[in-house]
Design a protein. Structure first.
Length: 134
């Protein structure tokens, strides 16, 4: 009798080990760009951390450029928002998406967004509105 043993090799990327998990527990590797309609500040912080860690393992011009743009965005947010607002997770809404966001949020949220404070934030030439800035 011959016994055959199968060996399964599991490969895990270094980036999977260092990435911040998303809401579903998967590594957060989604690129954040100025074309996104909504960016949550928690996702922004997670992406910045992921890029910083990834660049420790591998030099990449693409990652470096993205990190530079996101750090600039972070500085613009910190200029108008309290740390508590920023760290709790606030939405950044792209200017041309703001009206649709407000309609969708008001129908889903009993408090609505009409009483929310919005502050303009520049993200590489695009205007975003930070919800709940104080």
């Amino acid at each position: 009798m011959i016994l055959t043993v199968s060996v399964m090799i599991l490969t895990v990327s270094v980036f999977d080990m260092i990435a911040e998990p998303d809401k579903n527990g998967k590594p957060m590797t989604r690129r954040i760009s100025k074309t996104d309609n909504v960016i949550n500040t928690k996702d922004l912080l997670a992406r910045i951390n992921w890029l910083e860690q990834a660049l420790n393992y591998r030099c990449s011009d693409e990652y470096s450029e993205e990190l530079k743009a996101l750090r600039t965005l972070e500085e613009h947010i910190e200029a108008v928002a309290s740390t508590a607002t920023y760290e709790e997770g606030s939405d950044l809404i792209r200017d041309n998406y703001l009206q649709e966001y407000m309609r969708a949020t008001e129908s889903a949220d009993s408090e609505g967004v009409s009483g929310s404070a919005f502050s303009p934030i520049d993200f590489d030439g695009e205007i975003y509105w930070l919800r709940g800035a104080s």
